[in-house]
Design a protein around this ligand. Structure first.
Ligand code: AMP
Length: 138
């Protein structure tokens, strides 16, 4: 398997080299908003320690990340009065992964509302507001 490369954008966020809209953090994990949101409230949960994806993650990394995913997913569901939550997680390029630091996407979902296509930048003020909304529900 390819080695972890600490020049990836999420490693830069963890080092504070580039900003993010933080939702939640604890000793082991960080949750922040996706800047190209496919749903209102689309956010990402990552471990603070390095691994590319699920394939090389340790049990401890996965346990910590999933605990935060559950916590934030419940908060996002409440914050957006959502009917459900979609989790997405991609592994390696062929699996759809673009940033090679383990992350889970959390999407609040409403009945009959499709996810938007990927790759479109969101409005930063709106994203900031959504981060605050989820944080307040935590
Ligand atoms: P993937 O690896 O396929 O799960 O995609 C990476 C995700 O990271 C995409 O949804 C991007 O919109 C998101 N993304 C890329 N750069 C940033 C960033 N600087 N801050 C927040 N999200 C980002």
């Amino acid at each position: 398997m390819t080695a972890y490369d600490d020049t990836n954008i999420f490693a830069q966020i963890l080092r504070g080299e580039i900003p993010c809209f933080k939702v939640y953090e604890d000793d082991d994990t960080l949750c922040f908003m996706d800047i190209m949101p496919r749903t209102d409230g689309h956010c990402l949960v990552i471990p603070k320690t390095p691994c590319r994806n699920v394939l090389d993650a340790s049990d401890a990394q996965l346990a910590a990340v999933m605990s935060t995913v559950r916590k934030v997913a419940n908060a996002a569901k409440a914050a957006f009065d959502a009917d459900g939550i979609t989790l997405q997680q991609f592994n390696e390029t062929a699996g759809g992964q673009e940033v090679f630091h383990l992350h889970f996407h959390i999407h609040p979902r409403h009945e009959g509302v499709s996810m938007r296509p990927p790759g479109k930048m969101g409005d930063t003020d709106v994203i900031k507001g959504y981060a605050e909304r989820i944080s307040a529900a935590l």
